[in-house]
Design a protein around this ligand. Sequence first.
Ligand code: NAD
Length: 291
Amino acid sequence: MEIKTIGVIGSGQMGAGIAQVCSLKGFAITVFDVNKDAVETGRIRLEKNMARDVEKGRLAALDRDNALTRISWTSDYESFANCDFVIEAATEDEDVKKSILRELCPVIQKHTLIASNTSSISITRLAAQTDRPGQFCGMHFMNPVPRMQLVELIRGIATDEPTYQIVRELTEKLGKTAVNAEDFPAFIVNRILLPMINEAVYTLYEGVGSVSAIDTAMKLGTNHPMGPLELADFIGLDTCLAVMHVLHEGLADTKYRPCPLLVKYVEAGWLGKKTSRGFYDYTGEEPVPTR
Ligand code: NAD
């Protein structure tokens, strides 16, 4: 089966990034979000990201213009009727993802494959909500999608081989490198990365260092391009907390307990860059540490 048309569910930072990369590779894309306002926010985000890439010389203006003509925007599931492949990239919440999958299945064609971009949730459990567990797998892009090379591919217990191979080929067509990860909580990257970020928040919570001391220490001391708190803000603190919950519950080990300070920030609605406040304040020219 050749994939020509792709549906993306969720037009947040990941959905917009996936739509950008797929449209630039010539696929026809339909991007869905919960309502017209969310769709509009997503469209503006994608156009801004592409404009920045053009400005910085990473993308030709003509390629951008052509790609934009291939993207359509919707808040109606019926628009997925012609998609060969649908990738779900909505909020990291198992109930949200399950209800999306239940609404999606009745409107798509029999041959249509589905993938989830979840950072942590069981692919087997998500697949079980669909009428096609064999045609379902995990396709975990990294953020920002246009610049990050890796895609983790995850088979659920029921994922069939042709589906996995088609998604692998699609990953290659998008110019990305696929790595296989088994269906364990948070797969490979986030199983390793999120406990480190959570530990950085504990380090802040316990007063071992300030935000800038922790980030500077990790950048200069371990050669990481971003400090862990800056990275947490970039990922989204709600997503970081959701992944820690999945690790904690899924692996039943107290070493994965989410730091209370991370919980508090999310409760306050301080979700990082996307809400202009997290461990840094992003309202001015330069990010300012908040602790
Ligand atoms: P985000 O908060 O930027 O965007 C989430 C989007 O989902 C929003 O536009 C929201 O309106 C939409 N949404 C919520 N409920 C919905 C529904 N019922 N139907 C359709 N859309 C709905 O989040 P994000 O960072 O783009 O993350 C999206 C997914 O990608 C999550 O599963 C996350 O774990 C995963 N992911 C995130 C990162 C990252 O660094 N942020 C990296 C890899 C994977």
